[in-house]
Design a protein around this ligand. Structure first.
Ligand code: ADQ
Length: 463
């Protein structure tokens, strides 16, 4: 049987912050055998390519340390200050610096040099996410003929935005070296095709094979899910019950609205606060009946735009609380902390509304976790941005435009007034989807395309 070589920026076998994703990848590795390779998250004075092997939960991980300059230019720079904003449609925040592009390329070459000797003839390679677009091409340059797949966890931007990236063409051309490319949604896939068609003269066959010159790449839409069974079980755990009681008690009978996000400008937190404020202003009689609990642990704190969003949100929460709070009520509880998954499950279950309103999101797993954690006899209502990848699957949520404070306000009112029968009916349909298309389904679907007998690459120049 072919082994699987998973390559991603960070490696987190055995659970951790990535939760479902780590679970899915480790289970694939356990089944197929293989290695999970990536950056350790640590720095070194000089890059030597030394690999630290570990075996945990039946999975072998192989990690390397990076130099400060790589971390600055590749990770903080190109990945998080160039690609992340651009791919979330924020060219106003994207920084185009040749040093970043150079560092990104260098780090990927270093990854390729290091992982290459670990790959055996029959192995299948699966590269994850935007940190590693050129890795497949770098492996090909080093003579690798194996099947290589790539999965993008974030949106693919529209062509007219992508063309602002000086390295757009090279980046897309390097992607053509993969055998399979997976996106969360058909929308991201179509944006990719649009660029390939208009800028590179590609054609897409009916069965999803993109052809450009002698290159043929299979494109699939493959939405990631969560480990739904596990999450529902977590919601019934002692810790979740304890959290449920604590949170309900502290809300003193008010309806809790919950938001859980990494502190990131793509998550629409300012717009969410403004939408909630609008609800408070437009519905004075319901004001003191609700509390918004926003959990947002800081992320990427060394990048300036993340410091800005943090300051802006603190200011906004302070202003809204200052204007609306009463002696016995504070409208927004804003918590800058991460919590364990069982605690989160308890918080979700205690919340009457899950408010998930990213301005742009590849998928969004919080929406699925919120659904999985609900009490079937008294489920809460999911309000979901129509610009999250998850909206393509979760049509029974209340879908909103996250830029519109009015729509957010209206949807909160609608959710609060929703009769139990409708809540149950919507939740049932959502839960069915979350269970059927869970994270194991996702990885089986992708690896089935990747392991497929007939390689779509018919013509490949010999390196
Ligand atoms: P993220 O942008 O990180 O992921 P998301 O999909 O919502 O976004 O996943 C966040 C995860 O972190 C969830 O499992 C959530 O429970 C957890 N989390 C968030 N806040 C937390 C807190 N305060 N404490 C503990 N855990 C917290 C990227 C893409 C997404 C895509 C995923 C997977 O941006 O669009 O869905 O990858 O492909």
């Amino acid at each position: 049987m072919s082994r699987l070589i998973v390559i991603s920026n960070r490696v987190s076998a055995g659970g951790g912050a990535q939760g479902g994703l780590a679970v899915a990848l480790t289970s694939a590795l356990r089944e197929q055998g293989g290695i999970w390779f990536g950056w350790s998250g640590n720095r070194t004075d000089e890059f030597t390519g030394h690999i630290n092997f570990q075996r945990e939960d039946g999975v072998t991980t192989a990690t390397v340390d990076l130099e400060d300059q790589d971390i600055e230019e590749y990770y903080n720079g190109y990945a998080n200050r160039t690609l992340w904003p651009l791919f979330h449609y924020r060219i106003d925040l994207a920084e185009y610096e040749r040093d970043f592009a150079g560092g990104y390329q260098r780090a990927n070459e270093r990854f390729a040099d290091t992982v290459m000797p670990l790959i055996e003839a029959e192995d299948v390679v699966w590269v994850q996410d935007y940190h590693m677009f050129p890795l497949g091409a770098e492996l090909r340059k080093r003579g690798l003929r194996n099947r290589i797949g790539f999965f993008l966890h974030i949106p693919w931007p529209p062509r007219r935005l992508l063309v602002t990236l000086p390295e757009a063409r090279e980046l897309v051309e390097s992607l053509l070296e993969y055998d399979v490319i997976g996106f969360h949604t058909d929308e991201w896939l179509q944006s990719f095709c649009d660029y390939a068609r208009e800028e590179l003269g590609g054609t897409l066959s009916e069965d999803g094979v993109l052809e450009i010159g002698d290159r043929r790449v299979r494109l699939i839409a493959c939405p990631i899910g969560i480990d739904a069974k596990d999450f529902a079980a977590l919601a019934a755990s002692d810790k979740a019950r304890e959290t449920y009681d604590l949170v309900r008690h502290s809300a003193v009978g008010r309806a809790l609205i919950v938001g859980v996000d990494r502190l990131d400008y793509s998550k629409g937190l300012e717009e969410r606060f403004l939408g909630y404020e609008r609800f408070l202003t437009e519905n004075p009689h319901e004001r003191k009946e609700v509390v918004l609990l926003q959990i947002a642990p800081p992320s990427r704190a060394s990048v300036e735009s993340y410091q800005r969003i943090r300051n802006a949100l603190e200011g906004l929460a302070g202003r809204i609380n200052g204007e609306h709070a009463a002696l016995d009520w504070v409208p927004i509880r804003y918590v800058n902390q991460g919590y364990s998954r069982d605690v989160l499950a308890g918080v979700y279950r205690a919340s009457r509304i899950g408010l998930v309103t990213p301005l742009r999101d590849g998928m969004n797993l919080v929406a699925k976790e919120y659904v999985a954690a609900q009490n079937p006899d008294d489920p809460g209502v999911l309000i979901l941005s129509r610009f999250a990848g998850a909206a393509e699957q979760m049509k029974d949520a209340l879908l909103v435009n996250p830029h519109s404070a009015e729509e957010i306000s209206d949807s909160i009112r609608q959710a609060l007034a929703m009769p139990l029968a409708e809540r149950k009916q919507r939740w049932k349909a959502l839960m069915q989807g979350v269970q059927d298309q869970d994270v194991m389904w996702w990885r089986r679907r992708f690896t089935a395309a990747l392991f497929a007998e007939q390689p779509p690459v018919l013509l490949r120049s010999v390196p």
